[in-house]
Design a protein around this ligand. Sequence first.
Ligand code: ZN
Length: 406
Amino acid sequence: MALTERLYYNDSHLIEFEARVIDVTERVSGWVALVLDRTAFYPTGGGQPSDTGTLNGSRVVECIDDGERGVLHVVQGSAPRRDAVVAGRVDWARRLDHIQQHTGQHILSQAFITLFNAPTKSFRVLETSCEIDVELNNPTTEIIERAVELANNVVWEDRLITIHNVSAQEAAAMPLRKESSREGELRLIEIEGFDLTPCGGTHAYRTGEVGMIAMRSWERAKGLTRIEFVAGGRALADYRKANRSAREMAALFSTGRDDAVQLAAQLVEENKELHRQVHALEAIAAGVEAERLLASAHVTTDGTRIVAQVFEARDAESLKKLAHAIISQPQTIALLGSRDSDTARLVFARSADASADMSALMREACTLLDGRGGGRPDMAQGGGKNVAQLGEAINGAAQSLGEAAR
Ligand SMILES: [Zn+2]
């Protein structure tokens, strides 16, 4: 089987070409895979996604490196026959994007070596950003930004990028950034006066084409430092997005973009303080409410005051606060309930010097509500779906304490 001549090896900017179909195979999906005698399509590999484009007008949705067999072009729509001569066209916007990300990675990886002797272990072009995993100890944003700064200087110096095909023996004597696992002839990518590394990808003619490299985020991952970055058009897209977010945020504070963070931090502090004040006021309010309820509470023969009360749409936290305020008084029992459209909730509590088992009372009350509940002898919670029975459940609990509730 003949090899596909890989035109993208010689010229990363060649996007139109003619070729002959040398093999056609039907894919399970119903799509067709073509092998050509020559191609400008870059297949998925080396952390770089495949090119897309057209062959005689039919969509090439993916290209796969099939080693000795060549490059498989997965075609959607009508496919040419074997031996047909086809006109190929690579999607330039996507190719340029990959050139910018991939060349940007070469530059950024060398910047980490130059400054910190920190090699790159892996590289991925993702949907909207890229990742490199760098052997960088003690990373900080400041340290990473120093490498990004150097990388951008190399971009703006618009250095020439050249391809050298050398033997393994020649390569062994050269200062390569990383070893290659390939046998035989090696393809080296040289960024003038900065970087030399074996690579089979598509690169810029000059570093200026990368435009710009920006770090989005970083984290420690599996003993390495994972750095998310964007280059070229992706950096512009990301800037626009970040700028829009920052401006929308600033508009909420009726301030300029760069003052919003300080105002947001101030608001968060004020909000915490307000929460503290609300909690303090709630405690006071619960105390006042407890006094009022205790003043009209039923008093049993042994002098225990029982507060039995149903509220509308009061949350469990608020019920508990009120119960605590009631039982902070000696010889008291609180049987409190609340209901909304589909849920009834209960809180039963007693002061330390009162008797009766709140947990047992709660379990009994909850059977009436078709629900569940329990807790400790001095404090129990529960609830259920049978909202209509809430009053009955509380009355039942009060009665079993020896007296009828109001
Ligand atoms: Zn490369």
